[in-house]
Design a protein around this ligand. Structure first.
Ligand code: 26W
Length: 810
C-alpha cells in the first residue's frame, strides 16, 4: 500500500528508495535529472494507488464511464500539475530542499509531452484535468507517438523541423501494461461463412496482424478522489522476427514486419486543419480505434460479464472525426464476435457515441479513397457499406427522390469514404465548440443532417484547465485572488466573478497591475536566458500565440506592424507608446505560405533590431519552438491578446481564454469564443473590430476584390510597396501577390485587406487605452473576473449531463 499523503520525511525516504533502486545512488550523489525521475516515480505510485481505489469505487457503484477518443493529447509537463492537484507540492518542496534542490529546478527537467498539434490536443489535455477533478470515471485513448510535434528551429528566418524526442524523461509517467495487449488486423481478404448453428463467422485470410501495447498515464484531479487514465498505444509486430527468412540469410526482410509495425506509433502527423489522405494516417486511426474498443469491451466484460448493458455503462466520445472508425469497429465486435443482430448493435452504437466537430475548414474534413480503404480494412469497409445503405434508405423516407441531397450526406460516395458523415450518422449527439461555430454547423456544414436529425445538434463552448493556466502558472495573481475572494474559485471557477467587486478598489488594482509587471519581468528574464533577447517590460506586450495558419491572420498583424514601422522610419521621434509584438507559432512542414509568414515576421524582427532608434519604440519577437511550457510563462505576462481570425473560421479558440483569465485584453474579431467572451466581459472591456461572420459570407458571395480595399488606402499602398522591397534583405513580393490576387488569381480568401483599416483603428484605440493605466487595469481585472465561464470544469459538466449521462463518483 502506498501512502497517499506522505509528509516531507516520508517523501525523502521514498525518494532515496527510488534513487537507490533505479540509479544506484543516494540523493547526495544524484543528478538533477535523476532526482526529477525519482520524484516523478513516487508521484506515479501515489496516482496508481489512488486510481486503483477510484476504480474499485466505480465498479462497486456500477457507475457509467466515459472514454475520450483523440489522436492528440498536448499534455505539456505533468509533475507540477500532479503535485499541486494532489496538494503535495509543499511537502515535496520541503523534502527536496533538504537535498539542496527546489521543485522549480526539477520541473524544468521534464520534457513537454507534445503529443498534439494545437487547440484540439490541448483541449483534450485540459478535459482530462477536469474529468478527474470532478470525480468522473474517465479514460482517454490515444497513440504513444515516439516523436511528438516537431521541434522548431529558425534558421535565417526559415522554420526547420527537428524530431521531438520526448520519451527519455517523459516515460517516467508511463506504466506499460503488457498484460493488456490486443491484436489489430490489417489487409487480407474476408468472407462470411454460415455455421450449422445458424451463426455467421467472418473468416480472415492473409491479414497482417500486429499488437497494440498500452502505456498508461494517470492524471490527478484537484481536491478530489478521481484519477483519470490516459491509455497510449504502441504498435509492435507479433512475430517481430521471421526466423525462416533469417536462417535463409534474408536478414533485412526478416526485420521488415517489425519495422512496419514500428511506423504506426512513430510520429504524430504535424498538420492541423489539413488532411492528406495518407495510408499511414488511416492505419494509425484504425490502430487506435480497434485497440481502444477492444480494451473498452474487455473492461466492461470483466465487470459485468455481458454486453447487453454496454450502452448504460459506457459513453465514447469522438474528439473530431479522427477516431470515427470506432463506430464500425464496435459494430464489428458486437455483430461478428458477440453475435448481436445488426439492428440491436446499431441502436447500442448510436446511444454510446457522441461527436465534437472542431473546424469548418473544408480542407480539414477527412475523406479516404475508397479503394485504398477497402484494401487496408476490408471488414470495416463492408460494415461501412452496410451502414451507408441503411442510411440512404432512411434518408429517402425523409427526402424522397432528392438524390442530390442524399448523395451529399452519405458515407460512401464518389469513390470517397467521408468520416464526418459517418460520425454524425453513428452518434446521438453532435456539437460544435462555441455558440457561433455550432450555429455555422447547423446552417451550413451539416445543414442537411440538421434537417434530418434536429435534436442531435448542440453546443458546448470550450474551456481551459484553470488550475494549470491560472492557479499554477500565475501564482501571484492566484495569491491575490485567494486573499480577495477566497480560494473557492480553485474548485469552482464561476466564483471568479466575485473579483469584479474589486474593480474600483485602488489597492487591489495597484496590486493587480504590479503582478502583471512582475510577470512581464519574469517572461523577459526567461527570454533572455533562452534566446539572449532583452525586452523593455514597460512596453505593451502584444501577444499572438497559436498555430500559424492563413485563417488566423498573423499576416494582418504583420501588416499593421509594418505600417507602424514605416511611420517610425519617416519620423523616429514620433511620440508613440513602446510596443513589443510577441509571436509564437509552428507551421505545418508542407505549408509554404505559413512558412513565408514566419519568415516575414523574423525578417521584420531582424530589420527593426538593426535600427537602434526604432527598436526603442517597436519590437517584434518571434519565439522559437513555442510549446505548452513556453505558454505557461508567456500567458501571464501578456497585455494584449490578438484573436484576429476571419469571422466564421476559428471554431472556438482556447488561447483567447487563457489570456483573458490572466488579465490580457482581447483585440479580436467576432469569431469563435470571442463572441461569448465579449458577452461575459462586456463590450467596453474588449476591442472588437472587423467583418462579422454574416458580412464575410455576403462579401464572399458578392466576390471579394481585395483591390477595392487597397486602392482607397494610402497606408496599405505603402505597406505593399515595403513588402515588395522586403525586410532584412528578403523581398516578400509573393505575399503582396497573395494579398492582391495577382493578374488573374483569386486574392487571399481570408480577406486581410478587408479588415485592415478597422483592425488598425482598433489597435490604435487599444494602445491609447493602455496609456490610461487606471482604466486599463480595471478592464484587465474585469476580464479575469468574467473568465470563470471559460473553465473546462464547466464544459465537462455540460458534456457529462447532456451527452454522456455520467455522474461523479464521490
Ligand atoms: C487531419 C488533420 C487535422 C488535424 C487536426 C485536421 C483538424 C485538426 C484539428 C481539428 C484542428 C484543431 O485543433 N482545431 C481547433 O480545435 C480547438 C479546440 O476545439 C478550437 O479551439 C480551435 O478553434 C480549432 O481550430
Amino acid at each position: 500500500m502506498t501512502n497517499l499523503k506522505p509528509n516531507a520525511a516520508e517523501i525523502k525516504e521514498n525518494l532515496e528508495i527510488k534513487l537507490s533502486r533505479f540509479f544506484g545512488c543516494t540523493s547526495a550523489e544524484a543528478s538533477k535529472e535523476q532526482l526529477y525521475k525519482a520524484t516523478a516515480m513516487t508521484v506515479r505510485d501515489i496516482l496508481t494507488e489512488k486510481r486503483g481505489n477510484f476504480k474499485k469505487k466505480v465498479n462497486q457503484t456500477g457507475g457509467k464511464r466515459v472514454y475520450y477518443m483523440c489522436m492528440e493529447f498536448l499534455l505539456g509537463r505533468s509533475l507540477k500539475t500532479n503535485l499541486c492537484n494532489l496538494g503535495l507540492d509543499k511537502d515535496y518542496e520541503e523534502a527536496l530542499s533538504a537535498m539542496g534542490y527546489t521543485l522549480e529546478d526539477l520541473y524544468t527537467c521534464e520534457p513537454d509531452a507534445g503529443l498534439g498539434n494545437g487547440g484540439l490536443g490541448r483541449l483534450a489535455a485540459c478535459f482530462m484535468d477536469s474529468l478527474s477533478s470532478l470525480d468522473y470515471p474517465a479514460t482517454g485513448f490515444s497513440i504513444c507517438y515516439e516523436y511528438g510535434l516537431f521541434k522548431q528551429k529558425i534558421v535565417d528566418g526559415i522554420q526547420v523541423e527537428l524530431p521531438d524526442v520526448w520519451l527519455p524523461g517523459g516515460d517516467v509517467w508511463l506504466v506499460p501494461r503488457t498484460d493488456r495487449v490486443f491484436t489489430v488486423r490489417f489487409g487480407g481478404r474476408v468472407h462470411e461463412e454460415w455455421k450449422p448453428d445458424g451463426r455467421m463467422e467472418v473468416i480472415y485470410e492473409g491479414a497482417e496482424e500486429l499488437e497494440a501495447v498500452p502505456y498508461d498515464m494517470m492524471i490527478s484531479g484537484s481536491d478530489s478522489e478521481g484519477v483519470s487514465r490516459l491509455r497510449l498505444w504502441k504498435a509492435r509486430s507479433i512475430q517481430n522476427f521471421n526466423m525462416g527468412l533469417f536462417s535463409q540469410g534474408q536478414y533485412a526482410r526478416a526485420m521488415e514486419e517489425a519495422t512496419n509495425a514500428d511506423a504506426i506509433s512513430k510520429v504524430l502527423y504535424p498538420a492541423d486543419n489539413h488532411t492528406e489522405g495518407k495510408l499511414l494516417r488511416l492505419t494509425q486511426q484504425y490502430f487506435l480505434c480497434s485497440a481502444s474498443i477492444q480494451s473498452i469491451i474487455r473492461d466492461h466484460m470483466s465487470v459485468y460479464g455481458t454486453l447487453d448493458n454496454l450502452a448504460d455503462k459506457v459513453a465514447i466520445h469522438l474528439n473530431d472525426t479522427h477516431p470515427t472508425l470506432c463506430i464500425p469497429e464496435l459494430m464489428r465486435i458486437l455483430v461478428d464476435e458477440y453475435f448481436y443482430s445488426w439492428d440491436r448493435a446499431w441502436e447500442m452504437v448510436k446511444e454510446i457515441f457522441s461527436y465534437t466537430n472542431h473546424t469548418v475548414l473544408p480542407e480539414a474534413l477527412e475523406t479516404w479513397n475508397e479503394d485504398l480503404f477497402r484494401l487496408k480494412l476490408p471488414r470495416i469497409y463492408d460494415i461501412i457499406k452496410e451502414i451507408n445503405e441503411r442510411f440512404c434508405r432512411e434518408a429517402w423516407q425523409v427526402f424522397p427522390g432528392n438524390w442530390q441531397r442524399i448523395s451529399k450526406m452519405c458515407v460512401v460516395g464518389y469513390g470517397q469514404i467521408r468520416m464526418a458523415n459517418l460520425a454524425v450518422i453513428g452518434s446521438h449527439s453532435v456539437n460544435g465548440v462555441s455558440k457561433l461555430h455550432s450555429t455555422i454547423l447547423k446552417d451550413s456544414v451539416f445543414k442537411d443532417f440538421y434537417r434530418l436529425y434536429p435534436g442531435r445538434f448542440d453546443n458546448v463552448t470550450n474551456g481551459i484547465a484553470h488550475r494549470r493556466w491560472l492557479c499554477y502558472s500565475n501564482p501571484k495573481l492566484a495569491g491575490l485572488l485567494d486573499e480577495t475572494i477566497g480560494t473557492g474559485y480553485r474548485k469552482n471557477p464561476v466564483e471568479l466573478a466575485e473579483f469584479a467587486k474589486f474593480a474600483d478598489d485602488p489597492t487591489v488594482l495597484e496590486r493587480f497591475r504590479a503582478i502583471k509587471h512582475e510577470n512581464k519581468e519574469n517572461f523577459s528574464n526567461h527570454l533572455y536566458r533562452r534566446a539572449g533577447i532583452r525586452l523593455d517590460t514597460h512596453a505593451v506586450f502584444d501577444v499572438q500565440i497559436k498555430r500559424l495558419h492563413e485563417y488566423k491572420r498573423q499576416l494582418l498583424n504583420a501588416l499593421n506592424i509594418i505600417g507602424i514601422y514605416l511611420d517610425l522610419k519617416d519620423n523616429p521621434d514620433l511620440d508613440i507608446r513602446p510596443q513589443t509584438f510577441i509571436f509564437g507559432a509552428k507551421a505545418a512542414p508542407g505549408y509554404q505560405m505559413a512558412k513565408r509568414i514566419i519568415q516575414l515576421l523574423c525578417m521584420l524582427q531582424k530589420e527593426i533590431n538593426n535600427s537602434p532608434r526604432i527598436r526603442e519604440k517597436l519590437n517584434v519577437v518571434f519565439l522559437e519552438n513555442y510549446d505548452v511550457s513556453t505558454a505557461e510563462i508567456l500567458v501571464p505576462s501578456a497585455d494584449i491578446s490578438e484573436q484576429i481570425s476571419l469571422a466564421g473560421k476559428e471554431a472556438s479558440g482556447t488561447g483567447c481564454m487563457k489570456l483573458m483569465m490572466n488579465g490580457a485584453i482581447t483585440l479580436g474579431t467576432l469569431d469563435g469564443a470571442n463572441v461569448e467572451m465579449q458577452a461575459a466581459a462586456g463590450e467596453e472591456n474588449m476591442f472588437i473590430f472587423g467583418l462579422t461572420a454574416a458580412e464575410v459570407e455576403q462579401l464572399w458571395l458578392r466576390g471579394y476584390r481585395s483591390v477595392e480595399f487597397y486602392s482607397n488606402n494610402n497606408r496599405l499602398g505603402r505597406i505593399m510597396a515595403a513588402l515588395n522591397i522586403g525586410f532584412g534583405g528578403e523581398s516578400f513580393a509573393d505575399i503582396t501577390t497573395y494579398l492582391l490576387g495577382g493578374a488573374y488569381g483569386i486574392a487571399d480568401p481570408y480577406m486581410c485587406l478587408a479588415d485592415f483599416e478597422s483592425y488598425r483603428l482598433a489597435h490604435e484605440s487599444c494602445i491609447k487605452a493602455y496609456g490610461d493605466r487606471a482604466r486599463w487595469t480595471r478592464m484587465a481585472l474585469l476580464n479575469t473576473a468574467a473568465s470563470g465561464h471559460f473553465a473546462a470544469d464547466r464544459s465537462i459538466r455540460e458534456y457529462a449531463d447532456r451527452f454522456w449521462h455520467i455522474k461523479p463518483i464521490h
